[in-house]
Design a binder for this molecule. Structure first.
Ligand SMILES: Cc1ncc(COP(=O)(O)O)c(C=O)c1O
Length: 424
């Protein structure tokens, strides 16, 4: 017989919290104090950011890293460093955080959406092909949730059309693809260090690359257009001050010491949970292609098919939360459907781009369905725990599945009792 759901008055499956994020301790405190007392708080006076950049880049298979104020700016500056013509088209996925597309607009280029693969939630190469036009100049694959994108197929397209590839690796610290670490798989890559990310200092970002000229261009654009060896008040390109401060650099450098161990643990736990949840009817954890050597599990993502599972997503998520399992439905709106795109609310940008910025007819059904009814997210810090934490998550899904019929009836009753709004 099914156990009574916590949502319906039964005892919750789990009362203990999962691992809290961020994790910090004495070493972080000591380094912060050291910077404080040194009086060298800006990146141009100290060595903290520089040291972190070198270590982070090396860990991600790159010769260069340029740290910046956040991962939106690092995406935009990578695009600017590429030297592409104004209003070039840049192919991006629709199932990602806003910045992947908004950074393109802020670089005065046109984002063009290509749908994602239904199994991996990464750019679908066939949709990338279909989105190409004579104006396409770049592709931004997102390593979604921390799973490296299909880089072989993306590079095949990029080589044929001489396109720039910029990885959006905001979710992929420490992820490894068959061809190398995330961050080293395109011309440039952008990472974020915002609070939720697998490596964080509150706010921050970095561009990594193995191309000396692109690294120099990023360095210049993030530092008021200065050139290495130039005079202080000599500015060569349109740019600004996007430098990361020494406090953040120090925190990141200490946090980096923990990244490898944390990534191994997330990957191990994520693999295990994926195996367990795949056995539950109606659940489809993110597929892991053979090219993935290590998943960063910034998110553990799955699809929930309401019919197969026996209850609609939102009711299931309510029930899981009541059982003590934090979870969410993730992005609610696929990017092309966001009001910003529907209304072309681009401020002063792309005023002359006309029809190419008309997003009304863009169709990305896979992304759309994930947003509307199927997507489920679990956050990275839950995967820093033990196997028994994973067992709790799996058992909670199983418990909710067994009580699916009750939940379905409850959701239907609620729908019937919610008064409809009068039509206009
Ligand atoms: C996929 C993706 N790209 C870019 C960003 C932007 O990073 P930031 O918040 O540091 O500007 C994020 C952050 O949430 C992200 O999830």
């Amino acid at each position: 017989m099914a156990q009574t759901l916590a949502l319906l008055g039964g005892p919750p499956l789990r009362r203990r919290p999962f691992t809290k994020w961020p994790i910090a301790g004495r070493p972080d405190e000591a380094r912060l104090l050291r910077v404080l007392r040194s009086g060298r708080w800006g990146r141009l006076q100290g060595r903290e950011v520089e040291r972190f950049e070198q270590r982070f880049a090396a860990m991600h298979g790159c010769r260069h890293g340029v740290a910046m104020v956040n991962g939106t700016v690092s995406l935009r500056l990578a695009l600017m460093a590429a030297g592409l013509p104004a209003e070039s088209e840049v192919i991006v996925p629709p199932y990602t955080f806003l910045s992947t597309a908004s950074a393109v607009i802020e670089a005065n280029m046109v984002p063009v959406f290509a749908d994602i693969d239904r199994g991996t939630y990464n750019l679908d190469p066939a949709c990338v092909e279909a989105a190409l036009s004579p104006r396409t100049r770049a592709i931004i694959p997102v390593h979604f949730a921390g799973l490296p994108a299909d880089m072989a197929a993306i590079h095949a397209i990029a080589r044929r059309r001489q396109l720039i590839v910029i990885e959006d690796a905001a979710h992929a610290h420490g992820a490894i693809h068959r061809d190398g670490p995330a961050g080293s798989l395109g011309h440039m890559a952008s990472f974020s260090f915002q609070s939720s990310k697998n490596l964080t200092c509150g706010e921050g970002g970095i561009v990594t690359t193995n191309d000396d000229a692109l690294a120099e261009a990023c360095r210049s654009i993030h530092n008021c257009g200065r050139r290495t060896g130039g005079r202080w008040y000599e500015h060569h390109v349109l740019s600004g001050n996007y430098r990361l401060g020494e406090f953040q650099g120090a925190v990141l450098d200490v946090q980096l010491d923990r990244l490898e161990g944390q990534t191994v643990r997330r990957d191990r736990n994520g693999r295990y949970l994926a195996r367990r949840l795949a056995a539950v009817p109606g659940l489809a954890p993110q597929e892991r292609p053979e090219s993935c050597v290590r998943h960063a599990y910034h998110l553990f993502m799955l699809r929930l098919d309401a019919r197969g599972f026996g209850a609609p997503r939102d009711a299931v998520l309510d029930a899981l939360r009541a059982e003590g399992i934090p979870c969410s439905s993730g992005y609610a709106i696929s990017l092309p459907d966001q009001p910003m795109f529907r209304n072309k609310a681009f401020g002063p940008y792309l005023a002359g781009a006309g029809l190419r910025t008309d997003y009304d007819d863009v169709r990305c059904p896979v992304s759309d369905r994930l947003c509307r009814e199927e997507g489920v997210w679990l956050e990275q810090s839950m995967f820093l725990g033990t196997r028994s934490d994973m067992d709790d998550i799996a058992r909670a899904f199983e418990k909710v599945h067994e009580a699916g019929a009750l939940l379905r009836d409850r959701a239907a009753r609620r729908r019937r009792s919610t008064p409809r709004r009068a039509g206009s």
